[in-house]
Design a protein around this ligand. Structure first.
Ligand code: PLP
Length: 393
């Protein structure tokens, strides 16, 4: 018996546990101070009423003989796949319902998709980025090369013909930097992937925060992407589904390698290893795409976006350099006075009782940067920015 020794290569996930430890120590030593958390990546607003109504109705159906449902289709019910096809149509992307796979969230599928690829593929991952890409490939023992994201390239690395990559991760809008690729930039990635027989794994978990209609919300807005990309999306941030759990993955039928259809491979993988998303949750997800649901979730996204604006305009006023915040819930700021990420974390906690996330936790290029999120409460976000003004003004 041998365990998967690749697990020994995983870096310990100290980031959020270290933050929690430092914050609880601070609270113990400073019981009179109110701590404001702008570090979390979780949403705080409740589900939209239309979503809750659909969930309740579906729960009632499950208790009635005529409408009870047992095992569902692993790839998702048609009503939800069709709703997503219609949503993509609005962004000029034409999909077939059987190219849409309903999942319990983007994280699961981002990990599970790796079942389709040989272990000896070289993986290109931006640095810094959402840590799941690195960890899932480390678990599988794949060789990882990093695409440097930094101030010089606006945290948007572009293809480098001297690097041979088989699998390419792109996260746009990016977590943690908030940077968003333009269509012209994504076109270059699509050209690189098609030319080099690579596959792009495109994470669009934050697409709903894009306000500029000329910026792509989906890789499939780019011509040629259907022969080189798979897209992962989530209702977590779009509709507050972090605890409800639903997402979707698009695997185009035109995507083939080694005479194998990736779409068919994914059907085979999912029908073998995945039980599908509960009927009740899929009905809730369907309601997200209904006209009333859309209006309701838009209000929540606007609420978070206004928080982001409050944060970014304060940083503008204080002359603190930052990225993101416009088409993203994340504001990625350069630590003032050349402080290192953790140094700034401690400084901010001690002097303003505000908590953020040290950029170094997302890759070594994140050193010297700091992530603030707009998912908090309005009053607290304003109060946190008042404390920034007192500290850095
Ligand atoms: N992709 C990115 C870039 C994320 O930041 C997150 C969550 O924070 C996810 C995917 C995970 O989404 P889900 O909640 O659907 O698993």
């Amino acid at each position: 018996m041998k365990v998967n020794l690749n697990y020994a290569k995983l870096a310990d996930s100290y980031l959020f546990s270290t933050i929690a430890k430092k914050v609880s120590e601070f609270i113990k030593n400073n019981p009179d101070k109110s701590v404001i958390r702008l570090g979390i990546g979780d949403v705080t607003l409740p589900l939209a009423p239309k979503v809750v109504e659909a969930m309740k109705k579906a729960a009632d159906e499950m208790g009635v003989q005529e409408t009870f449902r047992g095992y569902g289709p692993e790839q998702g019910y048609d009503f939800l796949r069709n709703a997503i096809v219609d949503y993509y149509k609005e962004h000029r992307v034409s999909l077939e319902p059987d190219e849409v796979f309903i999942s319990d969230g983007a994280k699961s599928d981002l990990g599970n998709i790796l079942d389709l690829f040989s272990q000896d593929n070289v993986v290109l991952i931006p640095n810094p980025v959402y840590p799941v890409y690195v960890d899932t490939n480390t678990m599988a023992g794949r060789k990882i090369v990093f695409a440097d994201a930094n101030e010089e390239n606006g945290f948007l690395p572009m293809p480098d013909e001297s690097i041979k990559a088989d699998l390419i991760y792109i996260c746009s809008p990016n977590n943690p930097t908030g940077a968003v690729y333009t269509k012209e930039q994504l076109k270059k990635w699509v050209e690189y992937a098609n030319k080099n027989n690579a596959i792009i794994l495109f994470d669009s978990a934050y697409e709903c925060f894009i306000k500029d209609e000329t910026l792509p919300r989906s890789i499939f807005e780019i011509e040629g992407a259907k022969t080189c990309a798979i897209e992962f999306c989530s209702l977590s941030k779009t509709a507050g589904f972090t605890g409800t759990r639903a997402g979707y993955t698009i695997v185009p039928k035109a995507l083939t390698r080694d005479d194998m259809s990736l779409n068919k491979m994914w059907v085979r993988r999912q029908t073998t290893k995945f039980n599908g998303v509960p009927y009740v949750i899929q009905r809730a997800a369907e309601a997200v795409f209904s006209p009333e649901g859309r209006t309701q979730i838009k209000k929540n996204i606007e609420y978070y976006s206004e928080n982001a604006k409050i944060i970014s305009s304060t940083l503008d006023e204080l002359n603190i350099k930052y990225f993101g915040g416009k088409h993203s819930p994340y504001i990625w700021l350069k630590c003032p006075n050349n402080m290192k990420s953790w140094e700034f974390f401690d400084y901010l906690l001690e002097n303003a009782a505000v908590v953020g996330t040290p950029g170094a936790g997302f890759g070594d290029n994140g050193e010297g940067f700091f992530r603030l999120t707009s998912f908090g409460n309005r009053e607290k976000t304003i109060e946190a920015m008042d404390r920034f003004k007192k500290l850095f003004g």
